[in-house]
Design a binder for this molecule. Structure first.
Ligand code: SF4
Length: 311
């Protein structure tokens, strides 16, 4: 195939894959329903442009009617090119709002020189966007985080905060007022980069503020990139694992009732201090769970078979 045609074919395939993955995420998590008014947060980066572009394509054929409004927060960073987003959004005929709030000065004032500003900056941005959503009756807030962001957050929490927790495709905001959706949850960052380049989105760089990304996040991103480079497909495998959690195969006693598992009687169990104090224990039978042949295949993954041990 001549190279121009081959390129066109590849771009067509990529666009189709993105539509498919976004449509699948929307369906899997019930992200959008009839009558929704969706605020699409647009930063001017490749991710949010791609999100808006794909949502517009899906909206044209969707089985439900919903509204999309692009919203950008102008944080008053020096040299922010204010004309780019309005120009682009007018050219594609999408309703939009630009909110102006000088969070840049606040962050500069509060964060000591040389420290990363991203965490406070993001919190202030989120606050401004959520307030706008509440004032204008948006029912959903769409953010452009993608599959690799979800994975990076998962590993940040695992390595630095000792918890298995990530960035969900859909969540209720802490104040309970908003539903946040991440339609790119299944999309790889590399695909987004390629798509944004092919589409020629007018990208606004995210380093106008001069801040550096958090060091831990950088480390995690490097690790993920390296894994993908040496074992292509590993990120996709790990991303699939985020949607396939097996509480009985982990150790969280709040998610799975290990205490009840394999009990032979309903007598109270001795607490830890009783085990350590040397006090004589009531004679009690010990129980354990037999290894499930293949717990992974079980629809009820808590199907551990108790086996009574001889005392
Ligand atoms: S890079 Fe700058 S604009 Fe982006 S989140 Fe960090 S502080 Fe905010």
């Amino acid at each position: 195939m001549p190279s121009a045609r081959k390129q066109e074919f590849e771009q067509h395939k990529l666009a189709k894959r993105l539509r498919h993955q976004v449509g699948q995420a929307i369906a899997d998590f019930g992200m959008i329903e009839e009558g929704d008014k969706v605020m699409v947060c647009l930063s001017g980066g490749k991710d949010s442009y791609t999100m808006l572009d794909v949502l517009l394509q899906l909206q044209a054929k969707a089985p439900v009617r919903f509204e999309l409004v692009a919203v950008n927060l102008d944080q008053k960073q020096p040299d922010f090119p204010e004309h780019i987003l309005p120009g682009y959004l007018e050219s594609i005929g999408v309703p939009f709002s630009i909110i102006e709030q000088d969070t840049y000065s606040v962050v500069k004032r509060v964060v000591p020189e040389g420290k990363t500003m991203c965490s406070l900056c993001s919190r202030l941005r989120r606050g401004a966007l959520y307030s706008h959503a509440a004032e204008h009756g948006f029912t959903k807030i769409a953010l452009g985080h993608h599959r690799d962001d979800l994975l990076a957050t998962f590993f940040m929490n695992l390595f630095f905060h000792a918890k298995l927790s990530g960035m969900p495709p859909k969540l209720r905001s802490d104040d309970g007022r908003h539903v946040v959706i991440r339609p790119l949850a299944y999309v790889a960052e590399a695909d987004i980069a390629q798509y944004a380049e092919a589409k020629g989105f007018p990208i606004i760089p995210c380093n106008l503020c001069g801040s550096q990304e958090n060091l831990q996040r950088k480390q995690v991103r490097r690790m993920l990139d390296e894994w993908e480079r040496t074992s292509p497909g590993r990120l996709e495998t790990m991303a699939r694992a985020l949607g396939d959690v097996r509480p009985s195969q982990l150790s969280d006693r709040h998610l799975f009732d290990f205490l009840a598992l394999g009990r032979a009687s309903d007598m109270a169990l001795p607490a830890a201090h009783a085990w350590l104090s040397g006090e004589p224990l009531e004679p009690a039978s010990e129980t354990r769970a037999a290894p499930a042949a293949d717990a992974a295949d079980s629809p009820a993954r808590v199907l551990d078979i108790p086996v009574r041990l001889q005392a």
